[in-house]
Write a protein that binds this ligand. Structure first.
Ligand code: ATP
Ligand code: MG
Length: 283
Protein backbone atom coordinates (compact mmCIF):
# COMPACT_ATOMS: atom_id res chain seq x y z
CA UNK A 1 0.00 0.00 0.00
CA UNK A 2 1.15 3.54 -0.75
CA UNK A 3 2.52 5.48 2.22
CA UNK A 4 1.24 9.04 2.69
CA UNK A 5 3.40 11.86 3.97
CA UNK A 6 2.11 14.60 6.23
CA UNK A 7 4.21 17.70 6.96
CA UNK A 8 3.91 19.39 10.36
CA UNK A 9 5.86 22.17 12.05
CA UNK A 10 9.12 20.93 13.57
CA UNK A 11 9.07 23.35 16.47
CA UNK A 12 7.05 26.43 17.29
CA UNK A 13 3.49 27.36 18.06
CA UNK A 14 1.82 24.63 16.00
CA UNK A 15 4.12 21.70 16.74
CA UNK A 16 2.69 20.46 20.02
CA UNK A 17 -0.99 20.70 18.99
CA UNK A 18 -0.28 19.04 15.62
CA UNK A 19 1.47 16.11 17.31
CA UNK A 20 -1.33 15.85 19.89
CA UNK A 21 -4.00 15.80 17.19
CA UNK A 22 -2.26 13.03 15.23
CA UNK A 23 -1.69 10.97 18.40
CA UNK A 24 -5.36 11.43 19.36
CA UNK A 25 -6.22 10.00 15.94
CA UNK A 26 -4.65 6.77 17.19
CA UNK A 27 -1.46 7.19 15.19
CA UNK A 28 1.65 5.71 16.78
CA UNK A 29 4.91 7.50 16.12
CA UNK A 30 8.04 8.76 17.86
CA UNK A 31 8.24 12.52 18.20
CA UNK A 32 12.03 12.81 18.05
CA UNK A 33 12.99 16.47 17.87
CA UNK A 34 16.17 15.53 16.00
CA UNK A 35 14.62 13.57 13.15
CA UNK A 36 13.12 15.06 10.03
CA UNK A 37 10.93 12.08 9.32
CA UNK A 38 9.04 9.72 11.60
CA UNK A 39 7.18 6.62 10.39
CA UNK A 40 3.76 5.80 11.85
CA UNK A 41 3.74 2.16 12.96
CA UNK A 42 -0.02 1.51 12.65
CA UNK A 43 -1.08 3.54 9.56
CA UNK A 44 0.62 3.92 6.16
CA UNK A 45 1.84 7.42 6.97
CA UNK A 46 5.14 9.22 7.51
CA UNK A 47 5.44 12.48 9.41
CA UNK A 48 7.80 15.14 8.09
CA UNK A 49 8.91 17.80 10.57
CA UNK A 50 9.57 21.09 8.75
CA UNK A 51 9.73 24.89 9.14
CA UNK A 52 6.16 26.07 8.76
CA UNK A 53 7.06 28.41 5.87
CA UNK A 54 8.13 25.42 3.75
CA UNK A 55 4.99 23.33 4.32
CA UNK A 56 2.63 24.87 1.69
CA UNK A 57 5.15 24.50 -1.14
CA UNK A 58 6.12 20.97 -0.13
CA UNK A 59 2.44 20.03 -0.30
CA UNK A 60 1.81 21.87 -3.57
CA UNK A 61 4.81 20.16 -5.16
CA UNK A 62 3.83 16.72 -3.86
CA UNK A 63 6.89 16.19 -1.64
CA UNK A 64 4.33 15.85 1.13
CA UNK A 65 0.74 14.73 0.44
CA UNK A 66 -0.73 16.58 3.41
CA UNK A 67 0.29 19.37 5.75
CA UNK A 68 -0.78 21.16 8.91
CA UNK A 69 -0.09 24.88 8.77
CA UNK A 70 -1.59 28.30 9.56
CA UNK A 71 -3.92 29.80 6.94
CA UNK A 72 -1.75 32.93 7.07
CA UNK A 73 1.25 30.99 5.73
CA UNK A 74 -0.82 29.42 2.93
CA UNK A 75 -2.17 32.80 1.80
CA UNK A 76 1.25 34.40 1.96
CA UNK A 77 2.91 31.71 -0.17
CA UNK A 78 0.04 31.79 -2.72
CA UNK A 79 0.17 28.05 -3.31
CA UNK A 80 -2.51 25.97 -4.97
CA UNK A 81 -3.56 23.28 -2.51
CA UNK A 82 -6.81 21.78 -1.24
CA UNK A 83 -8.14 23.00 2.10
CA UNK A 84 -9.29 19.82 3.81
CA UNK A 85 -10.17 20.71 7.40
CA UNK A 86 -9.96 23.60 9.84
CA UNK A 87 -8.32 22.32 13.01
CA UNK A 88 -9.43 24.76 15.72
CA UNK A 89 -5.97 25.61 17.12
CA UNK A 90 -3.28 28.20 16.31
CA UNK A 91 -5.96 30.88 16.17
CA UNK A 92 -4.67 34.40 15.57
CA UNK A 93 -5.33 37.51 13.48
CA UNK A 94 -3.13 39.44 11.14
CA UNK A 95 -3.67 43.01 12.29
CA UNK A 96 -2.50 46.48 11.48
CA UNK A 97 -1.18 48.33 14.52
CA UNK A 98 0.15 51.81 15.16
CA UNK A 99 1.98 53.49 18.08
CA UNK A 100 -0.38 54.63 20.86
CA UNK A 101 0.31 58.28 20.06
CA UNK A 102 0.00 57.92 16.26
CA UNK A 103 -2.05 60.33 14.16
CA UNK A 104 -3.20 57.39 12.02
CA UNK A 105 -6.84 56.74 12.93
CA UNK A 106 -8.43 55.24 9.86
CA UNK A 107 -7.32 53.21 6.87
CA UNK A 108 -6.98 56.17 4.50
CA UNK A 109 -4.46 57.75 6.88
CA UNK A 110 -2.11 54.95 5.81
CA UNK A 111 -1.75 56.53 2.36
CA UNK A 112 1.89 57.42 1.72
CA UNK A 113 2.93 55.93 5.08
CA UNK A 114 5.17 52.93 5.68
CA UNK A 115 4.07 49.60 7.15
CA UNK A 116 6.52 46.94 8.35
CA UNK A 117 5.46 43.30 8.01
CA UNK A 118 6.56 39.74 7.40
CA UNK A 119 3.38 39.29 5.31
CA UNK A 120 3.92 41.52 2.25
CA UNK A 121 1.72 39.47 -0.09
CA UNK A 122 -1.37 39.41 2.14
CA UNK A 123 -0.88 43.04 3.17
CA UNK A 124 -0.32 44.14 -0.45
CA UNK A 125 -3.61 42.55 -1.55
CA UNK A 126 -5.45 44.05 1.42
CA UNK A 127 -4.16 47.56 0.69
CA UNK A 128 -4.96 47.24 -2.98
CA UNK A 129 -8.50 46.08 -2.22
CA UNK A 130 -8.98 49.11 0.01
CA UNK A 131 -7.39 51.54 -2.45
CA UNK A 132 -4.53 52.45 -0.10
CA UNK A 133 -1.13 53.34 -1.44
CA UNK A 134 1.39 52.65 1.33
CA UNK A 135 5.02 51.63 1.40
CA UNK A 136 5.33 48.00 2.54
CA UNK A 137 8.62 47.32 4.33
CA UNK A 138 9.23 43.58 4.39
CA UNK A 139 11.27 42.44 7.37
CA UNK A 140 11.92 38.93 8.63
CA UNK A 141 10.96 39.25 12.30
CA UNK A 142 10.50 41.45 15.40
CA UNK A 143 8.07 43.60 13.44
CA UNK A 144 6.68 45.14 16.62
CA UNK A 145 9.86 47.12 17.34
CA UNK A 146 10.05 48.81 13.94
CA UNK A 147 7.90 51.92 14.68
CA UNK A 148 9.98 52.56 17.84
CA UNK A 149 13.16 52.39 15.74
CA UNK A 150 11.72 54.83 13.22
CA UNK A 151 11.60 52.12 10.52
CA UNK A 152 7.87 52.41 9.84
CA UNK A 153 4.71 54.32 10.76
CA UNK A 154 2.64 51.18 11.29
CA UNK A 155 3.00 47.42 11.40
CA UNK A 156 1.03 44.44 10.15
CA UNK A 157 1.64 41.39 12.32
CA UNK A 158 0.06 38.29 13.84
CA UNK A 159 -1.68 38.85 17.14
CA UNK A 160 -3.38 36.37 19.44
CA UNK A 161 -3.76 38.04 22.86
CA UNK A 162 -2.40 41.48 21.93
CA UNK A 163 0.16 41.35 24.78
CA UNK A 164 3.17 41.85 22.50
CA UNK A 165 1.59 44.91 20.86
CA UNK A 166 0.76 46.43 24.22
CA UNK A 167 4.21 45.93 25.67
CA UNK A 168 5.66 47.69 22.64
CA UNK A 169 3.40 50.73 22.96
CA UNK A 170 1.26 49.76 19.96
CA UNK A 171 -2.49 49.56 19.53
CA UNK A 172 -4.39 47.36 17.10
CA UNK A 173 -6.02 49.34 14.40
CA UNK A 174 -7.61 47.04 11.83
CA UNK A 175 -8.00 43.36 10.95
CA UNK A 176 -6.40 42.09 7.76
CA UNK A 177 -7.23 38.39 8.15
CA UNK A 178 -7.99 35.83 10.82
CA UNK A 179 -6.24 32.50 10.78
CA UNK A 180 -6.12 29.07 12.36
CA UNK A 181 -4.27 25.84 11.67
CA UNK A 182 -5.70 23.86 8.77
CA UNK A 183 -5.11 20.50 7.14
CA UNK A 184 -4.13 20.99 3.52
CA UNK A 185 -3.49 18.47 0.80
CA UNK A 186 -2.00 18.24 -2.65
CA UNK A 187 -4.77 19.01 -5.20
CA UNK A 188 -6.83 15.87 -5.78
CA UNK A 189 -5.42 13.93 -2.81
CA UNK A 190 -8.80 14.28 -1.07
CA UNK A 191 -10.14 11.54 -3.36
CA UNK A 192 -7.77 8.93 -1.94
CA UNK A 193 -9.31 6.47 0.50
CA UNK A 194 -6.47 6.72 3.01
CA UNK A 195 -6.81 10.51 3.10
CA UNK A 196 -10.57 10.23 3.61
CA UNK A 197 -9.97 7.83 6.48
CA UNK A 198 -7.48 10.20 8.09
CA UNK A 199 -9.87 13.16 7.71
CA UNK A 200 -12.63 11.11 9.33
CA UNK A 201 -10.40 10.30 12.26
CA UNK A 202 -9.45 13.97 12.64
CA UNK A 203 -13.11 15.03 12.50
CA UNK A 204 -14.08 12.49 15.14
CA UNK A 205 -11.37 13.85 17.46
CA UNK A 206 -12.43 17.48 16.83
CA UNK A 207 -16.08 16.67 17.46
CA UNK A 208 -15.23 14.89 20.70
CA UNK A 209 -13.14 17.84 21.86
CA UNK A 210 -16.05 20.21 21.80
CA UNK A 211 -18.55 17.83 23.37
CA UNK A 212 -18.96 16.29 26.80
CA UNK A 213 -20.71 13.22 28.14
CA UNK A 214 -23.09 14.43 30.83
CA UNK A 215 -24.87 12.29 33.42
CA UNK A 216 -27.29 13.80 35.92
CA UNK A 217 -29.97 12.69 38.31
CA UNK A 218 -33.42 14.27 38.35
CA UNK A 219 -36.88 13.74 39.75
CA UNK A 220 -38.97 11.93 37.15
CA UNK A 221 -41.66 14.62 37.21
CA UNK A 222 -39.12 17.24 35.98
CA UNK A 223 -37.85 15.09 33.13
CA UNK A 224 -39.63 16.99 30.33
CA UNK A 225 -38.12 20.31 31.44
CA UNK A 226 -34.66 18.81 31.75
CA UNK A 227 -34.74 17.10 28.37
CA UNK A 228 -35.64 20.44 26.76
CA UNK A 229 -32.40 21.84 28.15
CA UNK A 230 -30.26 19.01 26.78
CA UNK A 231 -30.15 18.90 22.99
CA UNK A 232 -27.87 15.93 22.40
CA UNK A 233 -26.11 14.27 19.48
CA UNK A 234 -29.14 11.97 19.61
CA UNK A 235 -31.94 11.95 22.14
CA UNK A 236 -30.69 11.33 25.71
CA UNK A 237 -30.95 7.97 27.49
CA UNK A 238 -33.10 7.93 30.60
CA UNK A 239 -32.45 5.22 33.20
CA UNK A 240 -34.54 4.58 36.32
CA UNK A 241 -32.71 4.89 39.63
CA UNK A 242 -33.18 2.55 42.61
CA UNK A 243 -34.74 5.48 44.44
CA UNK A 244 -38.42 5.68 43.57
CA UNK A 245 -39.38 8.65 41.35
CA UNK A 246 -35.80 9.46 40.24
CA UNK A 247 -34.06 8.95 36.91
CA UNK A 248 -30.53 9.37 35.54
CA UNK A 249 -30.19 11.21 32.23
CA UNK A 250 -27.17 10.45 29.99
CA UNK A 251 -26.39 12.64 27.03
CA UNK A 252 -23.66 14.04 24.78
CA UNK A 253 -23.77 17.81 24.29
CA UNK A 254 -21.54 20.67 23.13
CA UNK A 255 -19.64 21.96 26.14
CA UNK A 256 -20.49 25.61 25.45
CA UNK A 257 -24.25 24.83 25.55
CA UNK A 258 -23.79 22.97 28.79
CA UNK A 259 -22.17 25.83 30.74
CA UNK A 260 -24.92 28.18 29.59
CA UNK A 261 -27.56 25.83 30.91
CA UNK A 262 -26.14 24.57 34.17
CA UNK A 263 -28.12 26.93 36.40
CA UNK A 264 -31.34 26.24 34.50
CA UNK A 265 -30.72 22.49 34.90
CA UNK A 266 -30.24 22.91 38.63
CA UNK A 267 -33.38 24.97 38.84
CA UNK A 268 -35.21 22.18 37.04
CA UNK A 269 -34.08 19.83 39.83
CA UNK A 270 -30.95 18.24 38.31
CA UNK A 271 -28.50 16.90 40.88
CA UNK A 272 -25.20 15.05 40.95
CA UNK A 273 -24.18 16.37 37.54
CA UNK A 274 -21.12 14.53 36.17
CA UNK A 275 -19.33 15.87 33.07
CA UNK A 276 -16.88 13.56 31.33
CA UNK A 277 -14.48 14.03 28.42
CA UNK A 278 -15.07 12.05 25.24
CA UNK A 279 -12.23 10.58 23.22
CA UNK A 280 -13.85 10.22 19.80
CA UNK A 281 -17.29 10.63 18.21
CA UNK A 282 -17.81 8.57 15.08
CA UNK A 283 -21.05 9.45 13.34
P1 ATP B 1 9.07 28.20 11.96
O1 ATP B 1 10.34 28.06 12.73
O2 ATP B 1 8.42 26.86 11.75
O3 ATP B 1 9.22 29.00 10.70
P2 ATP B 1 7.63 30.52 12.96
O4 ATP B 1 8.50 31.21 13.95
O5 ATP B 1 7.52 31.05 11.58
O6 ATP B 1 8.07 28.97 12.93
P3 ATP B 1 5.50 30.37 14.96
O7 ATP B 1 5.75 31.62 15.71
O8 ATP B 1 5.83 29.08 15.61
O9 ATP B 1 6.15 30.42 13.48
O10 ATP B 1 3.96 30.38 14.54
C1 ATP B 1 3.41 29.38 13.74
C2 ATP B 1 1.98 29.74 13.41
O11 ATP B 1 1.22 29.85 14.62
C3 ATP B 1 1.76 31.08 12.73
O12 ATP B 1 2.03 31.04 11.35
C4 ATP B 1 0.29 31.32 13.02
O13 ATP B 1 -0.51 30.63 12.08
C5 ATP B 1 0.09 30.68 14.39
N1 ATP B 1 -0.03 31.66 15.51
C6 ATP B 1 -0.96 31.62 16.49
N2 ATP B 1 -0.82 32.62 17.35
C7 ATP B 1 0.21 33.36 16.93
C8 ATP B 1 0.85 34.55 17.42
N3 ATP B 1 0.44 35.18 18.49
N4 ATP B 1 1.92 35.00 16.76
C9 ATP B 1 2.38 34.33 15.68
N5 ATP B 1 1.80 33.22 15.17
C10 ATP B 1 0.72 32.73 15.78
MG1 MG C 1 7.98 30.34 9.89
Amino acid sequence: MKTLKIAIQKSGRLNEKSVELLKNCGLNFENYKSSLISPVSNFPLEILFLRDDDIPEYVQDGIADLGIVGENVIQETEVIVSYLQKLGFGKCSLKLAVPNNSDIVNLTDLNNRSIATTYPVILGKFLQKNGINADIRTISGSVEISPGLGLSDAICDLVSTGGTLKSNGLKPFGDVMSSEAVLIGRKGIENEILVQELIQRIQSVLRAKETKYVVLNAPKENLTDILKLLPGVKSPSVVSLAEEGWVAVHTVIPERDFWDRISQLKQAGAQGIVVMPIEKIIL
